[in-house]
Design a protein around this ligand. Structure first.
Ligand code: EZ4
Ligand code: CO
Length: 405
């Protein structure tokens, strides 16, 4: 029997931060959830879904996931970009959730079954200096983490990327205007190799360390950094150059063997293709939420597998527990898993998105509930937790030039 899509509802709510969640319902009452959160541009995706996508889904076969993906991607004519792809991702996740519930299986089983017993997670650690960063790493170690993204304050730069005053790194700021951040590549390049060498010395040989440059360096600067960090033996150096200028990474490759990761702002497989075919990266950082959902990410990860690129799926605070669950089912079911970004959340968020996935001793488990294994609490409503206007920061060079954030 054909199970038809009967309705779709978009929940925009802000329990401490904004989340956009799609709930699809079939004619017989099966529901599926999808994450459509796009940090700082949430309402654009909510409108894309409410005004354009949901009305076009009415009466479609809920089980025809690939076909619906093509209907939304090819059928709109205008394609790609974070707004469109987050909206498609939400529909795709919700349909996989429905299909897996109908099958009575956790989603990873439908995706081919488990390739591993557990999913290695990395924590965000942050400090304005070495002592602060070491405290943050020790706290993550107490929580069981074995892998740490290390972001540290740079003397001479007042607000270095990834460094936050509080323990919890949260990039979007609730303000009427974007916050103004600052950057100077030379000041950073002069100091960061020694800082990271000191962190390595204090953490010991075995700690898994990662570092994110957030797209800020020119090609030759990036090559110098990757070379200077070799003895730190990072698990990866992330987003070392702007993601649009993909040839830049071949210059970095010529000068170092530091593993490279990129892709959190990519939306389609087309943005990964040349990087993978050229062996210019080691880890692909797309998220299920911003990359067209499970259906599309699976293709990206298969392409990655051909070129020995591993997964490092994006999982910051702005990917909701629904998007995180989708990532974990994929992480479990692909052969080329690398690592999963995972920030533990304030309890309120976990309470409002009850979920079967769990974190224990540095590893994640998708859980055995059928579907994605996430529900929305009745308390998660737009009335109770209204949307809060906010922006990601805008980053400036010291002379006032707008730069990559
Ligand atoms: O700054 O998701 O690796 N993780 C990151 C993130 C991004 C945010 C932007 O919304 O770079 O923290
Ligand atoms: Co990043």
């Amino acid at each position: 029997m054909v199970e038809k899509i009967a309705s779709g509802e978009v929940v925009v709510a802000s329990p401490g931060r904004n989340f956009v969640t799609l709930r699809l319902r079939t004619e017989s009452g099966i529901t599926g959830l999808g994450d459509a959160t796009l940090n700082g541009r949430e309402l654009a995706v909510a409108s894309y879904l409410r005004d354009h996508v949901v009305p076009a889904l009415n009466g479609r076969d809920a089980q025809a996931i690939e076909d619906t993906w093509m209907y939304l991607y090819k059928g709109a004519y205008w394609r790609g970009g974070p707004v469109t792809m987050a909206a498609i991702a939400a529909v795709d996740m919700a349909l996989w959730d429905i299909k897996a519930k109908m099958a009575g299986l956790p989603l990873y089983q439908l995706l081919g079954g488990a390739c591993r017993e557990r999913v290695l997670a990395y924590a965000h650690t942050t400090g304005s200096d070495i002592n602060g960063l070491m405290r943050s790493i020790e706290k993550a170690q107490e929580d069981g983490y074995e892998a740490f993204r290390v972001q540290i304050g740079i003397p001479g730069i007042m607000d270095t990327y990834g460094v936050s005053a509080s323990e919890y790194y949260e990039p979007a700021l609730r303000d009427s205007q974007p916050a103004r951040f600052h950057w100077d590549a030379e000041t950073y390049l002069r100091q960061i190799p020694k800082l990271l060498r000191d962190i390595r010395a204090q953490c010991g040989e075995e700690a898994i360390l990662l570092h994110d440059v957030h797209h800020r360096l020119a090609p030759v600067q990036a090559a110098r950094l990757a070379r200077d960090l070799e003895e730190v033996r990072l698990f990866w150096l992330e987003d070392v150059t702007p993601s649009d200028d993909q040839d830049a990474l071949s210059l970095v490759r010529q000068h170092s063997t530091t593993p490279l990761a990129i892709g959190e702002v990519f939306n389609t497989i087309w943005q990964c293709k040349a990087l993978m075919e050229g062996h210019l990266i080691d880890y692909i950082r797309m998220s299920v939420t911003h990359g067209g959902g499970v259906t599309h990410l699976r293709k990206v990860l298969w392409l990655a597998e051909l070129h020995q690129v591993k997964s490092g799926l994006h999982g910051p605070s702005d990917v909701s527990p629904v998007g995180m669950a989708a990532s974990l089912h994929l992480d479990f079911a692909i052969s080329n898993f690398g690592i999963q970004e995972y920030q533990q959340r304030p309890a309120l968020i976990d309470d409002l998105f009850p979920h079967a996935y769990s974190f224990r001793d540095g590893y994640l488990y998708p859980g055995e509930e059928s579907g994605l294994g996430v529900t929305l609490s009745d308390a998660l409503t737009a009335e109770k937790y209204p949307y809060v206007h906010g922006y990601l920061p805008v980053n400036y060079l010291m002379d006032g030039t707008v730069h990559e954030w």
